[in-house]
Design a protein around this ligand. Structure first.
Ligand SMILES: [Zn+2]
Length: 401
């Protein structure tokens, strides 16, 4: 830990174990709760913000996520390295919304982030903190957007980056990471997490990514997703009635929920939205867990979907809890409908990746079965760009009409 890490503690944030509740001082802790580990179990650490009166809203300096740094676990002395992350546009749907009886349907365009996806929020906070803590190297294991984002932010921050990539990661993604100077290490899929964790335990390597039940995990990045809530409330003048997120683990949904909860607590909003998790039908851990009434996420067999970025076997317990706490729900869509949603967004002028378009695919179902009511204010978070996935271009040319 660097000598001035005391400054980090003085801003009032601390870490707490989500399993045993033990509080831990704020600092570069990436191997979970030591007390739980001593008992042979994994306890995730999570950032806890200070109690107290409502803080000031966003500063007006600049137009990036750093406007909200005083609402995030960011020490005042941290010299924020920005690539212009966050502060993405919220635009009203011109075609899909009116067709569904939702004139107040909005799209949050996360492809406007510097490396084309919402991961830049998570990564900007994590890499900046790693640099502040005195680390010189970051390691990431990813199948797509996260790896490119970490490579770019490491480059901007003057840090080295190792990208541990399973063998099936598309060559274009590895090339993008290499462009930013990342060292790409190809591993067999099943060795991916073990290799990532081994590197993260070496001195000087800071792990970016993961907020799941594993021994190595980074508790910081997810806090950046609070800014989704602050930005939406600022843009709409109120919280939406429902927010649809494409979900693998659901970190984005959970982080955004924390932000909406904060805003209500601080009196910035008189309500919180329903949080809605959207997944491919073959990877609908959220729907399955809610249907079964399971307090923890149910794991499903591995599967494939065109929505590659959100096709995981199991979702996150925290995201599941956020859906329940918000009075929200989960939905899923098959590949045909996800492809149709990509094309429908294309006709709105938006090139979204299939994972992101899953929200739009699920929206139709939710309206049809009455879970989303006509005339309500709805936001679909379009987490990433279609440009990174060249196979999507072929869907339009193959489609009739
Ligand atoms: Zn613990």
């Amino acid at each position: 830990m660097r000598p001035d890490a005391g400054a980090a503690e003085s801003m009032g944030w601390h870490l707490a174990c989500t399993r045993c509740g033990r509080a831990v001082p704020f600092g570069p802790r990436v191997t979970g709760c030591a007390a739980c580990a001593a008992g042979g179990v994994v306890g995730l650490l999570e950032c806890v913000r200070p109690d107290g009166p409502a803080p000031a809203r966003a500063t007006t300096a600049g137009r990036s996520m750093a406007r909200y740094r005083h609402l995030l676990p960011v020490p005042p002395a941290l010299d924020w390295v920005s690539l212009g992350e966050g502060d993405t546009a919220l635009i009203r749907s011109r075609h899909i919304g009116p067709r569904l009886g939702l004139p107040d349907l909005h799209f949050k365009l996360e492809q406007q982030n510097p490396t084309l996806s919402f991961k830049d929020r998570y990564v900007a906070l994590t890499v900046n903190l790693a640099r502040y803590f005195g680390f010189r190297r970051v390691v990431v294991s990813s199948t797509g957007n996260l790896g490119v984002s970490v490579a770019a932010y490491a480059a901007a921050a003057g840090m080295a980056c190792r990208f541990v990539a399973p063998r099936d990661v598309p060559a274009g993604i590895l090339a993008e990471a290499a462009l930013h100077g990342a060292e790409v290490e190809i591993v067999e899929k099943e060795r991916r997490f073990a290799r990532f964790e081994a590197l993260a335990r070496e001195p000087q390597w800071f792990p970016v990514g993961l907020f799941m039940n594993r021994a190595v995990q980074n508790p910081f990045g997810i806090e950046a997703y609070r800014t989704f809530a602050y930005e939406m409330i600022e843009a709409l003048g109120r919280p939406p009635d429902a927010v649809l997120f494409p979900c693998a683990r659901g970190n984005g949904l959970y982080g955004a929920w924390k932000g909406f909860r904060d805003a209500a607590e601080w009196g910035w909003a008189d309500r919180t939205p329903q949080m809605v998790g959207c997944q491919p039908t073959v990877a609908n851990s959220m729907e399955a867990s809610l249907a079964a009434g399971s307090p923890t996420a149910i794991a499903l067999p591995p599967a494939d979907s065109v929505a590659r970025s959100i096709c995981e076997t199991v979702t996150g317990d925290k995201a599941l809890g956020a859906i329940r706490e918000s009075g929200g729900t989960a939905a899923s869509a098959g590949d045909d409908r996800i492809i149709a949603a990509v094309l429908a967004l294309g006709r709105e002028g938006i090139n979204a990746e299939a994972g992101a378009a899953t929200t739009v695919a699920c929206l139709e179902t939710l309206v049809r079965d009455g879970r989303i009511r006509p005339g309500t204010v709805v936001v679909c978070v379009l987490t990433g760009a279609g440009h990174r996935w060249p196979e999507q271009a072929a869907w339009a040319t193959a489609a009739p009409g």
